[in-house]
Design a protein around this ligand. Structure first.
Ligand SMILES: Cc1cc2nc3c(=O)[nH]c(=O)nc-3n(C[C@H](O)[C@H](O)[C@H](O)COP(=O)(O)OP(=O)(O)OC[C@H]3O[C@@H](n4cnc5c(N)ncnc54)[C@H](O)[C@@H]3O)c2cc1C
Length: 282
């Protein structure tokens, strides 16, 4: 049942850092009764492709990026076209592949990101992308007693909506902690302490909202990242996944301009950043 505005409990103050958040800042609160609120995801590129040219291949490229070298070398392997008589740059070689939809070659490049300060509703959408590999924070192993919550800006910008949000997530955090205490005693007969905690947490988490913070490590090849960015940075997507997709794109464009340089970032009709590309081969 929805809470009427008049019934909303007294507002709880919180620490906001939306305007200039340090990338890796940990949300803090002033007292134990205040929920930790997050207003911006943290997107960290943590691993990417390396490349060692085979000794028996006589070929050079102008790219200094291992993933781009690997992708060009793999593409040239198809035709043994090591000579490059046209003097094509790596960017031109890759652009030609993207133009012709020779996308499987792009799959040789990979990147791993760690997303923190993101909500469970974000990861619910993210994991629909089946070709990524995922490792996500376990709510059964890790206690959510001190959980942080991701607040959408549209709620945070409205004082009344913000008040309802803060009170609601704090209530769910307290309900979680209370349930956890009750349920732990129900499993007293279990010898295994970890299993006891796990059983209490897996039931208690039922009261946590979509907004609860989660952390996830995601590995994918460049073809899959291109697909994710194209779908999730479009104008009609959810703003949280769009913000992550744009942050991912910026880092991938820096890592590999030949593969991701065709995406253009622009302001969408809602004033937020979107991205588009003319290449829709997937
Ligand atoms: C704006 C937006 C709104 C959405 N709304 C909803 C919604 O209301 N409800 C909902 O349930 N989902 C929704 N989705 C999720 C969407 O339906 C897809 O599940 C999600 O975008 C993953 O993309 P994908 O299907 O292209 O697959 P990915 O898993 O990203 O796979 C990439 C590509 O691999 C190929 N592929 C992967 N698996 C298979 C397979 N089994 N068979 C054949 N080809 C395969 C396809 O070519 C696919 O495009 C929405 C997505 C967006 C972007």
């Amino acid at each position: 049942m929805g809470m009427a505005l008049a019934d909303a409990p007294t507002p709880i103050s919180y620490i906001a850092w939306r305007d200039s958040p340090p990338e890796t800042m940990t949300p803090e609160r002033k007292t134990r009764s205040e929920p930790r609120i997050i207003r911006k995801p943290t997107v960290q590129l943590i691993a990417w492709t390396n490349f060692q040219k085979p000794n028996d291949v006589e070929w050079t490229t102008d790219s200094k990026v291992p993933a781009e070298q690997l992708i060009e070398m793999a593409g040239r392997q198809c035709y043994e076209s090591w000579a490059n008589p046209a003097g094509r740059t790596n960017a031109e070689y890759v652009a030609n592949m993207l133009d012709h939809g020779h996308m499987s070659v792009i799959e040789h490049g990979t990147a791993t990101f760690r997303f923190t300060g993101v909500s469970r509703s974000f990861t619910h959408e993210l994991v629909r992308h089946r070709l990524f590999s995922y490792s996500q924070l376990s709510q059964r192993f890790v206690s959510e007693t001190d959980a942080a919550f991701v607040e959408p800006n549209v709620i945070a910008d409205d004082p009344k909506a913000h008040e309802i949000f803060v009170n609601s997530v704090e209530q769910s955090r307290q309900a979680y902690a209370a349930l956890n205490e009750i349920l732990k005693t129900k499993f007293d007969d279990l010898q295994d302490k970890t299993l006891r905690r796990k059983k209490a947490r897996e039931a208690s988490r039922a009261v946590l909202p979509n907004a609860v913070e989660t952390k996830i490590v995601v590995t994918g090849n460049f073809r899959t990242w291109r697909h994710f960015v194209r779908l999730r940075s479009a104008e009609h997507t959810d703003v949280e996944i769009r913000a992550v997709a744009i942050a991912v794109l910026r880092q991938l464009q820096k890592l590999s301009p030949s593969i991701f340089g065709d995406f253009e970032i622009y302001k969408g009709p809602d004033g937020l950043e979107c991205a588009r590309t003319k290449h829709i081969y997937e």
